[in-house]
Design a protein around this ligand. Structure first.
Ligand SMILES: Cc1cc2nc3c(=O)[nH]c(=O)nc-3n(C[C@H](O)[C@H](O)[C@H](O)COP(=O)(O)O)c2cc1C
Length: 183
């Protein structure tokens, strides 16, 4: 018998992917991340919405073990990079920032791309976690030095990615008090 899934079931799978994503901080260092999966994750990142379609982003993919270790040692909240199979450093591309009042929109663009990275990784059975760089100047300076990032790019966050050692239950953040209706 043909096993067809309905549109409703498809939607539920996508929603479940969002609801079950967690920040993962314990990776199996013996497992590498497939380059095809990294490519899929980056496609998801670049599918994010972006103000005036400016796409003011750059992605630095780190798989070199020594560089992952250096990131883990330099960044206090990114220690798990040492065990991750890869890390994506999401950067803003200054040459593509908007002008005037819209100049800060790049932060929202790279944030949207970052969330897509987390969701795509989760859909592929990988764990990941957003670790903050921007706006902490000391962290940004460390990453410029370790990864030799051109001055035109602003390192925004580091997202270590890998196979998780033990999956954990998502935090339930559903909070009706955070919603106001105007019907
Ligand atoms: C802007 C931002 C900065 C974050 N910075 C860090 C960080 O530096 N290190 C870390 O381990 N997690 C970091 N996180 C992950 C949060 O701690 C996590 O999303 C939150 O505790 C909720 O858990 P959940 O993602 O599993 O739902 C960050 C998340 C965001 C959105």
């Amino acid at each position: 018998m043909e096993n067809k899934i309905t549109d409703k079931e498809k939607a539920q799978i996508i929603i479940n992917n969002i609801l079950t994503r967690t920040s993962d901080r314990m990776f199996d260092p013996s497992k590498e991340v497939d380059p095809d999966d990294i490519q899929t994750i980056l496609q998801a990142a670049m599918a994010a919405p972006t103000g005036v379609n400016r796409q003011p982003w750059q992605f630095v993919v780190v798989t070199n073990r020594d560089l992952l270790k250096q990131l883990a040692e330099a960044l206090p909240y990114c220690r798990m990079a040492n065990e991750a199979g890869a890390a994506i450093v999401v950067c803003g591309d200054k040459s593509r920032f908007l002008e005037g009042e819209d100049a800060e929109l790049w932060v929202q663009d790279v944030s949207a791309a970052s969330e897509n990275i987390l969701l795509a990784a989760h859909a592929l059975g990988l764990g990941s976690v957003w670790t903050a760089l921007y706006p902490h100047q000391d962290r940004i300076t460390s990453v410029y030095g370790i990864l030799q990032i051109p001055a035109d790019f602003v390192p925004f966050n580091v997202i270590p990615i890998g196979y998780v050692k033990t999956a954990h239950t998502p935090i339930d953040k559903w909070n009706p008090a955070a919603i106001t209706y105007r019907s």
